[in-house]
Design a protein around this ligand. Structure first.
Ligand SMILES: [Zn+2]
Length: 238
């Protein structure tokens, strides 16, 4: 008769403990990220100081999406929904925002920021906001590379994160955030300093720790930078 190998009791207990600890760690990690997304504690809205935030001109934003040259695995409605989701989330900052689709090769409404697919305009990145040319470019090549290297990766999530991040620049946030979870974050500053979480450094996570939509701290910064414009636009007390 072949018996299953028996481990000494102490080893079995240790193994059970390790499994319980892993389960606890996994459970604790998700709520922390969720808490960070929902709440901005004093001192957490810190940036790398790599840009000067500035208010949205006119206190309102108009966005137009053109689907030309998009990678074939994204359809027009899907990307438009991603742009709308980001715009809706950022509008919590108090800036009125409108999103519309532009037909292939169609004219961009005057004053609108054009969300478009262009490797030249995205400069090899997943996305790039150019406030001077009123464009928010998405890079087909970067998404193609991601798709080739990791076909099972949820491309929708990356797209949402990129659109939310670049749209944050259009909402006036020019500096990048030091808080890992913020959609405006940079995980490091290129000089060896790393972003922070409430647990200290960045926890080992599969995929991205960064949120897909603006967090409470992203919105708090957006409100702060646009406060003057919003106050000016508000109806005056009699
Ligand atoms: Zn950026």
């Amino acid at each position: 008769m072949i018996c299953p190998p028996r481990l000494p009791a102490s080893v079995r207990q240790l193994a059970a403990l390790a499994i319980a600890w892993l389960a606890l760690a996994a459970a604790a990690q998700a709520p922390l990220r969720e808490q960070e997304i929902a709440q901005c504690l004093p001192g957490e809205a810190a940036t790398w100081g790599d840009g000067q935030d500035r208010p949205v001109a006119g206190g309102a934003l108009r966005l137009a999406y053109r689907h030309d040259d998009a990678p074939p695995w994204f359809n027009a409605d899907q990307v438009l929904a991603v742009v709308q989701r980001a715009a809706q989330a950022w509008s919590a900052c108090g800036i009125a925002v409108q999103v519309q689709a532009v037909a292939p090769g169609g004219r961009v409404p005057p004053g609108a920021v054009l969300v478009l697919w262009s490797d030249a305009a995205a400069g090899g990145n997943f996305g790039l906001a150019n406030l001077r040319t009123y464009s928010l470019a998405l890079g087909p090549a970067a998404f193609r590379t991601l798709n080739q290297r990791n076909p099972t990766h949820p491309a929708d999530d990356t797209l949402q994160m990129v659109v939310s991040h670049e749209m944050g620049h259009s909402f006036g946030l020019m500096a990048h955030s030091r808080r890992c979870v913020d959609v405006m974050s940079y995980y490091d500053n290129g000089r060896g300093e790393r972003c922070f979480t409430r647990a200290g450094g960045m926890p080992a996570v599969r995929g991205d720790y960064r949120a897909l939509l603006p967090t409470a701290c992203d919105i708090a910064r957006c409100r702060a930078v646009n406060a003057g414009t919003l106050a000016a636009a508000a109806p005056r007390q009699p």
